[in-house]
Design a protein around this ligand. Structure first.
Ligand code: PHB
Length: 385
């Protein structure tokens, strides 16, 4: 750095310009670093940085320069936050975010400015459905995917009548719709859909309603801090003893320490699990623990790690030049990602085609107990790519 400054000063004195240092690729991280999803944002960034570290700190020979915005999982601030990264910081690539509502605005800004966007969590179906675009990629899931897989599991268990409960925004609505789709295709019936505004946690009146409805099972989408509270409240209400609680796996991912006894035995479906015991996942987990003081990775860390892998594939094809957008994007669309969850490719619409695992909470683990749905592709309704 010092050498560079001296060089620049000398060049200025001579009236010439210094040869620019190799330009870094600018990556804008738009993630929640506060609020109910704060831990999720942190895990995504940790995963992304871990892959970079494993590559010796560069991708395709390029330094990576990070720009960060805390999006607070607040859709009303999403456009402004996205434009900070796009216009002020002039990032080459956006990585974000967790909350579906925020991601919808982020994708719009990415499209309008022709900026490549990698979504490392938010599952809004439309992002790789009716709103799909050449700029947008996802290394996570659609909200439909784990919900649909659990619907089939529940029907196969012989449950006939289910209630769904969630936050009233895209992720909750679509996850429970996915469950309904999978459950009703196999003869089950969702008799009631209950919801409350995001990120509220006053579950009591809704739990009373569930008790009165006496379903065979309850399916839910909650995540982060809200998931901790819901699982605790469900157990405390006594419902857990008679009505099995099922969830998309976010219900118990990254939350088990806080949920403790209340989560034991819960069944969930997700594209990652503990105990996969593959060489790829074992190596990832060992590196993660080493890099982050013994912490165990969760699904969010995996999605962040894979976002970095996806970008690396694009940059390698573009020989490190993020300005070659067509080459970068084509390579990203064609890439096989060697993910800790198991290798996957993206659909034409840009969403992972992936196995959805069935997991059971045992101690502090979401132990894999099977594959609920093999190579599940989102239907990508309305995508015309
Ligand atoms: C979403 O808003 O899409 C979302 C948020 C948190 C999760 C999963 C999905 O854990």
């Amino acid at each position: 750095m010092r050498k560079l400054l001296i060089g620049a000063a000398l060049a200025a004195a001579l009236g010439t310009s210094a040869a620019p240092a190799a330009a870094a690729v600018k990556v804008g991280l738009m993630l929640p670093y506060s609020g109910t999803y704060a831990a999720l944002g942190e895990a995504i960034e940790n995963g992304f940085r871990l892959y970079l570290q494993e590559q010796g700190g560069t991708l395709a020979g390029q330094d990576i320069e990070f720009f960060k915005v805390d999006d607070e999982s607040d859709p009303s601030k999403a456009s402004e936050n996205a434009n900070r990264l796009i216009r002020r910081d002039q990032v080459d690539v956006l990585v974000g975010t967790v909350h579906s509502g925020v991601a919808l605005a982020l994708a719009k800004a990415a499209k309008e400015s022709d900026t490549t966007l990698i979504i490392p969590n938010a599952g809004a179906d439309a992002l790789t459905g009716s709103l799909c675009s050449e700029q947008v990629f996802r290394t996570s899931f659609t909200n439909w995917q784990p919900g649909f897989a659990m619907g089939a599991v529940a029907a196969d268990k012989g449950y006939k009548k289910a209630v769904t409960i969630t936050w009233n925004y895209a992720a909750g609505k679509e996850a429970t719709d996915g469950f309904k789709d999978g459950f009703e295709r196999k003869g089950g019936k969702v008799v009631k859909h209950l919801s409350l505004p995001f990120p509220k946690v006053e579950f009591q009146p809704l739990l009373t309603e569930i008790a009165a409805l006496e379903p065979d099972a309850v399916f839910t989408f909650f995540a982060g801090g809200g998931a901790v509270k819901f699982v605790q409240d469900y157990a405390a209400s006594g419902l857990g003893k008679t009505i099995p609680l099922l969830g998309s796996g976010f219900l118990t991912d990254g939350t088990l320490k806080a949920q403790g006894e209340a989560a034991q035995g819960l069944l969930t479906t997700l594209h990652y699990a503990d105990g996969l015991d593959t060489p790829r996942d074992n190596a990832f987990r060992a590196h993660y623990a080493q890099a982050y003081g013994g912490a165990q990775p969760d699904v969010y860390a995996v999605q962040g790690y894979d976002a970095a892998q996806l970008l690396a594939a694009g940059l390698a094809a573009a020989q490190g030049d993020a300005g070659r957008k067509d080459v970068l994007r084509q390579a990203m669309r064609d890439a096989t990602i060697d993910s800790p969850r198991g290798a996957f490719k993206l659909s034409k619409a840009g969403n992972p085609v992936q196995d959805i695992y069935l997991r059971e909470v045992r101690g502090d683990r979401n132990q894999v107990v099977g594959v609920a749905s093999k190579a599940l592709a989102d239907p990508a309704r309305g995508c015309r790519l």
